[in-house]
Design a protein around this ligand. Structure first.
Ligand code: GLN
Length: 391
């Protein structure tokens, strides 16, 4: 018998749900509202910049921590918008997507035995990232309908084993935007327990109903203990380019850069050149993005409410969680599979964002980063959905 097998760490977590739901959507010809990526064009100016960079032969390794132009653009953009001074040379690391940035941050900031607090429901990578770093994730619930956390429960989760907390605002999957008061509670706990705030701000520009983005790094005393991750993917509709970054105090940047260099060397050079162009396009681009997504949120919410879903209105990001109890299925996963196969619409079962799916409220997550016509087609298909009384 062969002893060939995967390492034990691989069995500590499941396969990613996103690629699997997209695979099933393609298999069954379903409208894919599962994995979060746009089905519309990226801005012409940045596509032209990427093509021009390739033609100029910007096709070899970039400097490991990012091209000078992109690092300066990231630092300048963050400083300008949030009044937090950032020194590009000392604080910015460009990675292959914010997914790699998060992995590099956890591998470089967490020791085996450390605990990292993660709000639940959570974007699925945070658990495996913490486990691969040897740390133990500790989950604190965000509770529907407004996905608030209980400050006492959060306070009780901190201890002298807590090395970090992960914040994701605007939040995937709930669309929750953390208020300044909530961020202040988190900031005080980080300071009291000497913990790092790891803030995933990939949806920073997708905010609705007049909300403003508040990075936790901008709260008093937090810049020195916050790592902010973000990227081009969601703001500029280029999820396949894999350009993200971490902004961190100099004391943490050395470690992040070291891990990043050994993981991937550098992010794709021509897309970094395009990123430097993207980040200097101006605030109108960000405003138009938010307004466009707000209209898509409203379109999808109208469709879903007409079909009998109870929707939790998102304040940001491009996902909508809907309660599926009216349809009478045994679990949200069962409902999601029925939706793909029998109705022709792919979603993500909400329970996949929980550590113990049995304790999750029965929801599915719809992605509305889609052309209006795609959302309308999903609506036409969902109109075939019987409510539980008819099932
Ligand atoms: N962030 C996207 C989502 O939540 C894609 C995730 C992925 O493909 N790993 O759907």
């Amino acid at each position: 018998m062969s002893k060939v097998r995967s390492a034990r760490r691989v069995s500590a977590f499941a396969d990613s749900v996103f690629g699997e739901m997209t695979r099933l959507a393609n298999l069954h010809g379903a409208v894919n509202l599962s994995q979060g990526f746009p089905d519309f064009e990226a801005p012409a100016a940045i596509k032209d910049a990427a093509c021009a960079a390739i033609s100029r032969d910007q096709n070899q390794y970039a400097p490991p921590y990012g091209t000078r132009e992109l690092c300066e653009a990231i630092a300048g953009d963050f400083s300008r918008r949030h009044g937090v001074p950032i020194v590009a040379d000392e604080q910015v690391t460009v990675c292959c997507g914010s997914t790699e940035a998060m992995m590099a941050v956890m591998l470089s900031c967490l020791d085996p035995g450390d605990e990292v607090i993660v709000f639940e429901p959570f974007y699925e990578n945070y658990g495996p990232d913490a486990i691969l770093s040897g740390a133990t994730p500790k989950f604190v619930r965000l509770r529907e309908p407004d996905w608030a956390f209980d400050p006492a429960e959060l306070g009780a989760a901190f201890s002298n084993r807590t090395r970090a907390i992960v914040i994701n605002s605007p939040n995937n999957p709930t669309g929750k935007v953390f208020s300044r008061d909530e961020l202040q509670v988190i900031a005080e706990l980080c300071q009291r327990w000497d913990a790092i705030a790891i803030s995933d701000e990939i949806y920073e520009h997708i905010l609705f109903d007049g909300r403003a983005h508040i990075p936790i790094a901008s709260l008093p005393g937090m810049a020195e203990r916050t790592v902010t991750t973000s990227g081009l993917s969601k703001t500029f509709s280029v999820t396949g380019w894999r350009v993200g970054w971490a902004i961190a105090p100099a004391s943490l940047t050395g470690g992040i850069r070291k891990i990043h260099d050994f993981l991937t060397v550098a992010a794709p050079t021509p897309f970094q050149d395009a990123g430097a162009v993207a980040l200097t396009m101006g605030d109108e681009v960000y405003a138009a993005l938010a307004a466009g997504y707000q209209a898509k949120r409203d379109l999808l919410m109208g469709i879903l409410e007409r079909q009998g879903f109870t929707c939790y209105q998102p304040g940001g990001a491009y996902y909508l969680m809907a309660d599926v109890r009216p349809f009478g299925f045994a679990s949200d996963a069962e409902f999601a599979h029925y939706l793909i196969k029998d109705i022709g619409v792919a979603t993500i079962p909400g329970s996949s964002f929980y550590i113990d799916p049995k304790t999750a409220p029965p929801t599915v997550r719809f992605c509305f980063s889609k052309q209006d016509e795609t959302l309308r087609e999903a609506g036409r298909r969902l109109a075939k959905l019987p409510c539980s009384a008819e099932l």
